[in-house]
Design a protein around this ligand. Structure first.
Ligand code: GAR
Length: 321
């Protein structure tokens, strides 16, 4: 199994979501490990639990410190722990823009509502008062706006006719404990998900001039030129014909180049079964170490090989600047 993602959890209180993450991480196939639990509240009950589970803990009260100064202390402790991700679990502090920026795309939060509904506090009563039939919880990426980043996963929880805020909160908490570990696992392994990989290729292929996407024998492909006369310059392959699980097919100048590439880097390049003879080369996208600039270069080269002259001429001129 690939190396586990290293997680720092920030809490302010009880830490039941933290506990759910800690226990999930004990499973050998969990893709993350908890390397630190940190708090702004030195006597937060969650810290005692984390310590008993032999996880490093760190606490520093925020009292008397500016938001930035306190965040810097927390940030330094997180960096020292070697964590790659920050997971907020009932961390009741508004974070400074600087801290949020440092952990952009690497910081998650759980919030007890179906975002974008009911940001902030008192989410349960607000859902009940609004007459909602369902409430729930959301895991989202943290951005500078409170409870506003892209939602990664949600669980709906039915509101019962005699629910009050407390009864609803305790049911939502059960849902939170299920949702957070699984959402975190998906997020830290996202770069191995075919959908994520496809999206990376798609963005780069469609950034080239006059391109569009079209399925070819069930696989996404990208063409340059008009809808009718366009030509394919790349295909995405996924577990096709027993080949490596995910790859990108692009055009080379021919068999010689194809052979040279495979000889030079057989872990990255292979001959795609049904296209090999025409000089197409397959590049593995499932190594976990894909250099996306390199993929963008390949897409451009392949595009140049099939694009109409009027387009390549323009791009040659642009390349000179
Ligand atoms: C959880 O319900 C969490 O969703 C909420 O605080 C609680 C913490 O409980 N977070 C927020 O409201 C964030 N805006 P826990 O300490 O037992 O995990």
């Amino acid at each position: 199994m690939a190396e586990k993602a290293r997680i720092a959890i920030l809490i302010s209180g009880r830490g039941s979501n933290m506990a759910a993450l800690v226990y999930a991480a004990k499973s050998s196939d969990c893709p993350y490990e908890i390397v630190l639990v940190a708090s702004n509240v030195p006597d937060a009950p969650g810290l005692t639990l984390a310590h008993a589970e032999q996880i490093d803990i760190f606490a520093h009260p925020h009292k008397g410190l500016s938001r930035e100064a306190h965040d810097t202390i927390m940030h330094d402790a997180i960096v020292r722990s070697g964590a790659e991700y920050v997971v907020l679990a009932g961390y009741m502090r508004i974070l400074s823009d600087g801290f949020v920026r440092k952990w952009a795309d690497h910081m998650l939060n759980i919030h007890p509502s179906l975002l974008p509904k009911y940001k902030g506090l008192d989410t349960y009563q607000r859902a009940i008062d609004a007459g909602d039939k369902v409430a729930g919880c959301s895991v989202h990426l943290v951005t500078a706006e409170l409870d506003d980043g892209p939602v990664l996963a949600q669980t709906e929880v039915a509101i019962l006719p005699d629910d009050d805020a407390d009864s609803l909160a305790s049911r939502i908490l059960i849902a939170e404990h299920q949702l957070y570990p699984s959402a975190l696992a998906s997020y830290v392994t996202r770069e191995a998900h075919p959908d994520w990989i496809l999206e990376q290729v798609r963005q780069r292929a469609l950034a080239l001039e006059e391109t569009h996407e079209r399925l070819s024998f069930g696989s996404p492909g990208w063409r340059v030129g008009g809808e009718k006369t366009g030509k394919y310059f790349a295909y995405f392959t996924q577990r096709l014909h027993g080949e490596a699980s995910i790859g990108l097919l692009v055009k080379t100048t021919g068999i010689d180049e194809q052979t040279a590439l495979i000889d030079a880097d057989p872990d990255l390049y292979y001959a795609p079964k049904f296209y090999g003879k025409s000089g197409w080369i397959a590049i593995r996208l499932d190594t976990g170490q894909t250099d996306w600039d390199h993929i963008a270069d390949w897409l451009r080269k392949s595009w140049q090989m099939v694009a109409p002259r009027r387009l390549t001429r323009l791009s040659e001129i642009a390349d000179q600047f």
